[in-house]
Design a binder for this molecule. Structure first.
Ligand SMILES: NC(=O)c1ccc[n+]([C@@H]2O[C@H](COP(=O)([O-])OP(=O)(O)OC[C@H]3O[C@@H](n4cnc5c(N)ncnc54)[C@H](O)[C@@H]3O)[C@@H](O)[C@H]2O)c1
Ligand SMILES: N[C@H](C(=O)O)[C@H](O)COP(=O)(O)O
Length: 330
């Protein structure tokens, strides 16, 4: 039986809905199920001149392979009609409802993976709802003790110790317990999901020049080095803490399966410079498979049809591969 992949198009005023319409133009061996308002998808399909037929989805029925131009939809109504590029706090709870229903369908095994389009975190917060990202939302919804954000291209994987935090809050968030747990999840995922028998992880320092022997910050000496030493006693191949400015050079990258960065803008700018438009955001440590795009809502492009579907396509293909891999290893 084909797998069923849950897809949330994300912010209704952003490019997510039209990118999903673009994705739906191909055939797949799996069933794609959008958790969305079908009227929104039809409207964006018309706006960008692509054919689309939305069909109701019975999540209890056997999945059927996706056919070009058709899309199964779990109907979740917008609270207010969405205009491309125009954020509206009235639709913030709609966005979260699509995520809740799609996540729950994965948790109860009606769907085998979740692929998420981009959400606008600010409009959800402006609506009075605490939300810092899918990663944190899914950690809570799936009752996972800890999850890890990793973005990956064919050439590079970058995982993060901390995610959507103000920079001023980062040092205090890098505790020995957090660093150890994040490294364990990354190590386990590289082995179990990405075929790295003996994962080689390059861990970055937090401070310039990895603290310069304590003269430019003590987090390396007080937290990172002792934690890595403990983990190395398990025989793990952990390099670092490396100065972040020179870690992303071919000689070092050739010797590692993933880079572990201490914070969002230490690791992701490099990854996105290397592969924006074809990178995939993968949440490690969840009981479900979840992938996402490498870009945001691109409000400036919404409704134009010019947004690139490359990363959404890569996120879908990664989810399909991970689903096949997990079926093989059941
Ligand atoms: N997966 C996600 O949910 C996700 C990821 C990143 C950012 N965001 C959110 O998106 C919102 C906007 O963020 P931002 O402005 O920093 O980043 P953005 O990715 O939306 O836009 C940055 C630039 O990249 C361009 N761009 C983005 N996607 C593109 C595509 N598919 N094709 C061509 N060009 C594209 C945009 O036009 C813009 O010039 C924020 O609320 C942010 O938190 C969400
Ligand atoms: N940090 C991600 C990025 O820059 O691509 C993005 O904000 C999405 O994160 P979530 O998957 O947690 O929403």
């Amino acid at each position: 039986m084909p797998s069923r992949i849950a897809i949330t198009p994300g912010e209704p005023a952003g490019v997510g809905p039209e990118l999903l319409v673009k994705l739906a133009q191909d055939n797949y061996d799996v069933e794609l199920v959008a958790f969305a308002d079908p009227a929104l998808l039809m409207q964006r399909a018309a706006a960008i001149g692509l054919p689309l037929q939305c069909l109701p989805c019975n999540l209890s029925a056997p999945a059927q392979a996706h056919r070009s131009g058709q899309l199964k939809v779990v109907d979740i109504a917008l609270h207010s009609p969405a205009q491309p590029g125009q954020l509206n706090t009235a639709n913030a709870s709609y966005v979260l409802e699509t995520l809740r229903q799609a996540t729950d369908a994965c948790l109860n095994q009606q769907c085998q993976a979740l692929v998420t389009g981009p959400v606008q975190k600010s409009v959800i917060n402006d609506a009075g709802i605490a939300f810092s990202g899918h990663t944190e939302f899914l950690e809570e919804r799936c009752a996972a003790d800890k999850v890890v954000m990793m973005l990956a291209t064919e050439q590079l994987r970058v995982a993060l110790v901390t995610t959507h935090l103000p920079l001023s809050a980062v040092p205090a968030a890098i505790t020995s317990a957090t660093l150890q747990r994040v490294t364990e999840i990354l190590h386990h995922s590289l082995q179990s999901q990405f075929g790295c028998e003996q994962p080689r992880i390059l861990v970055l320092g937090l401070n310039p020049h990895a603290g310069e022997g304590g003269h430019m910050g003590r987090e390396e000496i007080d937290t990172i080095i002792p934690c890595l030493d403990i983990l190395r006693q398990r025989g793990w191949l952990l390099e670092g803490p490396m100065p972040a400015d020179t870690a992303f050079t071919p000689r070092h990258l050739a010797k590692c399966d993933a880079v572990l960065a201490m914070y969002h803008d230490q690791g992701l700018p490099v990854l996105k410079y290397q592969g924006f438009g074809r990178a995939v955001n993968i949440t490690l440590g969840l009981p479900i498979i979840r992938t996402s795009v490498d870009h945001g809502t691109a409000l400036d492009l919404a409704g134009s049809g010019s947004a690139d579907v490359g990363s959404f396509n890569a996120a879908l293909n990664s989810a399909i591969e991970m689903t096949q891999h997990s079926r093989k290893h059941l």
